[in-house]
Write a protein that binds this ligand. Sequence first.
Ligand code: ATP
Ligand code: MG
Length: 653
Amino acid sequence: MAETPQGQETLSNLLHESRRFPPPEDLAAAANVQADTYAEADADRPAFWAKQAERLKWEQPWDRVLDWDPPFAKWFTGGTINAAVNCLDRHVDAGRGDKVAYHWEGEPGDTRTITYAELKDMVCQASNALLELGVEKGDRVAVYMPMIPETVVAMLACARIGAVHMVVFGGFSVDALGTRLDDSAAKVVVTADGGYRRGKPSSLKPAVDEAVKDRPAVQHVLVVRRTGQDVDWTDGRDVWWHDIVDRQSTEHTAEGHDAEHPLYIMYTSGTTAKPKGILHTTGGYLTQVSYTHWAVFDLKPETDVFWTAADIGWVTGHSYIVYGPLSNGATSVMYEGTPDTPHKGRFWEIVEKYGVTIAYMAPTAIRTFMKWGEDIPAGFDLSSLRVLGSVGEPINPEAYTWYRKNIGGDRTPVVDTWWQTETGAIMVSPLPGVHSGKPGAAMRPLPGIAADVVDDKGESVPPGGGGFIVVREPWPSMLRGIWGDPERYKDTYWSRFDGLYFPGDGAKRDEDGDIWLLGRVDDVMLVSGHNISTTEVESALVAHPKVAESAVVGANDPTTGQAIVAFVILRGEAGDGGEDLVKELREHVAASLGPIAKPRQIMVVPELPKTRSGKIMRRLLRDVAENRELGDVSTLTDAGAMDKIRTAFGSGS
Ligand code: ATP
Ligand code: MG
């Protein structure tokens, strides 16, 4: 298992999953992308991407599709394009101005319906306002906002005038905001008085006041009034959005920007280390985001209602709430708040209300819904749904089948999409009209994407083998670097394997050649000489009827090198655990995966440490299991969770 014929360590292949879900016949017959596209793309990848780039409106056509000076790629060089024009003007000019761009739903229940024509007017006004505030092409603008339409407007206004947006998740602390302001030297911060979360207004402006106090580079703070809370005001620096934006002209003539002009900086989630400021540029990014949104979700812009239930403050929101759906002229839902406000059926109520046809969310949300029970979605009409997507972490097979059955009515394909902030867009995913879904597998590199699973030496593993996921050739939406740190770019992604992009995730290839993601390389456990994936042990635990969610880490162990320590959250009806249950769970893992994977310890905990984007921060659990100080917690959702876990661990319960 762990030993290959060459004698090197690869990931053990422990989990076996034989359920298959073929695509519905009508969906397959009418699918946007058919199986022959793979061969077409393989024959000439740059030519394939050039064809996809023609989906967009270019002001000036490109001279060269790809300029590859490893590890630096430029796509569509010589071309000029405006991302905001592609998201707005192009549709309005084609007579689709009355089409709804967003059905926005505020957490308290207030709603706004915004058409493409209205959004274009708002973006032109905001562009003119930013210009009046002195923002110039190439300047950075921080966006620290709740999930409201003005967030999208601010981003697109930046894109329109060639300023670089840097969205900072609205839940982040003063420190997290401050370090990002330093890093980017932002000239303007766009914010709001506050937003609604968990049933009450939460404030944003005080954090901005604190963060910009000692940062003179920030010349203006542009403030949207959302909650009506009292705010402190610094005359000359602070400007109300409604004062400056509303009086602007709705005319703004956009220029084409160089295809490689910076579009935005977005920080990674901070799951494995201090967040990295990832730079994306314009032409290649928009090409791949637009193509993947259309291909992976089988988007029919005329009839679909698309909903990414994520925050715009992470890359999924950038690519699949803003740039993908708008460039494709789709109608999207945008929701401000949390899934349990005012009740645990809020997401399903939204699906029913707007007739959502495609929904895209994270496994962490799906596992939460599992914990709450299937009766909740059963109370709503979800029959409009036809494709479901998952992103952010490996989806446990049990969570996948739960999602498909209870949300998708056992009829919708589920696409598990693997990608990263760095990749900009989806890279590995089944296509809903082509593949029979396998619960837990991201399956295939998309057409035009040269992803592979390799061993320690960078050689492709055969079917049945395990190792690392890599990308062999540049792709259009790849990061162009880490903002202000070219060395870290090379070290992090290009030093592990010669000439291969290394994302840092473990993966295996099954007997059919399909790819399964197995979690972070940093998280892989080495137990008695076997490399074991945290994902597989977690999936085995989640498959137990009493477990809703689990996180597994390898902790130092005198006999086995590392030993498996598992943290579990129980399903609502399962009680508090106790010694018998812990014993049962340990046996259950051994029975599903083999004795090598039997956890040394299982702790029942009320919560797990997660990033703001909903990913389990195993490194913090490892710090607890090995009795260390906690590492970087700047992106942790709830610091209190760690105290409870440390207490539980300390008392050995
Ligand atoms: P940091 O890089 O700061 O540690 P992060 O990697 O969590 O944080 P993101 O870019 O938001 O930051 O997340 C990308 C990572 O999320 C991937 O590298 C992978 O580990 C995980 N991921 C995303 N989608 C999937 C998926 N469908 N299956 C498995 N893992 C996924
Ligand atoms: Mg990462």
